[in-house]
Design a protein around this ligand. Sequence first.
Ligand SMILES: *[C@@H]1O[C@H](CO)[C@@H](O)[C@H](O)[C@H]1NC(C)=O
Ligand SMILES: *[C@@H]1O[C@H](CO)[C@@H](O)[C@H](O)[C@H]1NC(C)=O
Ligand SMILES: *[C@@H]1O[C@H](CO)[C@@H](O)[C@H](O)[C@H]1NC(C)=O
Ligand SMILES: *[C@@H]1O[C@H](CO)[C@@H](O)[C@H](O)[C@H]1NC(C)=O
Length: 448
Amino acid sequence: MFKFHQMKHIFEILDKMRCLRKRSTVSFLGVLVIFLLFMNLYIEDSYVLEGDKQLIRETSTHQLNSERYVHTFKDLSNFSGAINVTYRYLAATPLQRKRYLTIGLSSVKRKKGNYLLETIKSIFEQSSYEELKEISVVVHLADFNSSWRDAMVQDITQKFAHHIIAGRLMVIHAPEEYYPILDGLKRNYNDPEDRVKFRSKQNVDYAFLLNFCANTSDYYVMLEDDVRCSKNFLTAIKKVIASLEGTYWVTLEFSKLGYIGKLYHSHDLPRLAHFLLMFYQEMPCDWLLTHFRGLLAQKNVIRFKPSLFQHMGYYSSYKGTENKLKDDDFEEESFDIPDNPPASLYTNMNVFENYEASKAYSSVDEYFWGKPPSTGDVFVIVFENPIIIKKIKVNTGTEDRQNDILHHGALDVGENVMPSKRRRQCSTYLRLGEFKNGNFEMSVNFCI
Ligand SMILES: *[C@@H]1O[C@H](CO)[C@@H](O)[C@H](O)[C@H]1NC(C)=O
Ligand SMILES: *[C@@H]1O[C@H](CO)[C@@H](O)[C@H](O)[C@H]1NC(C)=O
Ligand SMILES: *[C@@H]1O[C@H](CO)[C@@H](O)[C@H](O)[C@H]1NC(C)=O
Ligand SMILES: *[C@@H]1O[C@H](CO)[C@@H](O)[C@H](O)[C@H]1NC(C)=O
């Protein structure tokens, strides 16, 4: 019988600081090596991240019939350009400088329940003073009912005046005249007419929001208007983005629900806005955004656990029907996202399918999976730059099969990589310790 074994490593090397920059002229690379003696491994499904960098160029020749399209769509030939919408600023002071992250939400009048104020409150409350300096929040009040908008603006300005003055909260509205036709649309999926109208308008609401946010920051995350945030979500997002440096991604997901916690590079927003407008009547936004990612050649979902955003609404915005969907991966406090420094990974164990060594090191929910190892097998991490390591954490196995772990192994740190084609080795090694119950964890403070 053929038995596969698997190993799950999560390397968490926290709070790295770059040291030895000044000494970097010396050819000096650190290496961590794990010597593996025995292990038991098992199978589990996982997302696979592929760094497929090929961009698909849009070549679209859409026939647009309606008069009203022309207003919004005449510049469709240039997808990286902004859509020419004159927004109403309902509450805003001019943005003094670009931020790191823009948080966008679009809101319409609901039949039952309104969670917008709580959502805004949660964003600000869960952020530290330092984090607040790096975010801007843009709220698109997208309902055509102006008395509802006026009432909302009054509430928002009363509660969050100091955030508006600080330029970190903007409330905008895109006038109805910019919207394409919303009546008599296609009835795809046999959706009822008012459902089609609701979801089609929502796509346009989001498109105009994204279009507005294209140059307010480096990154953009979409929230809905009924969301609770986890503590210091910005710091967690920054760690994740830093850990993905050098890899190709279009969408990062920090929640598994709807259009919550989906993060983009701001430079992709004009194109995403055009895309939502172009297909606004075809399907709901959360389906369109999956297509967007696929068309830009990110094949797999890149989702992070724990989720940073939770759905708090009890009633949905569509007709006030019940919507109790909750994200069971949400954690409000205390998470431990690794910020692994750039490194190359190598193992002489046989890799199962495409569960390569590098997957043990990414902050995405994925892992390395090897076939049974032999005594003396190694798993090597070669850091690209000299660093200070604060913490090392290696996990093997998962919760469901607690005995399928690395039973015997040790972690060594080495220096001075010797040039060799086949296998990278160091001139000296120092043993930091042995694995216990399949795990290794150590708070340290040294430079390699
Ligand atoms: C498209 O728009 C971008 C951004 O506004 C601009 O830099 C570029 O020159 C435009 N390209 C064309 C072909 O008009
Ligand atoms: C944007 O639209 C307005 C009229 O709605 C027009 O006056 C202006 O020239 C347009 N700007 C661009 C860059 O197309
Ligand atoms: C607009 O909203 C206000 C307040 O929510 C409501 O009283 C009014 O009936 C609405 N108007 C229309 C046309 O729906
Ligand atoms: C963003 O672009 C708009 C229009 O192109 C411009 O009016 C605005 O000042 C820009 N904002 C920033 C922060 O650069």
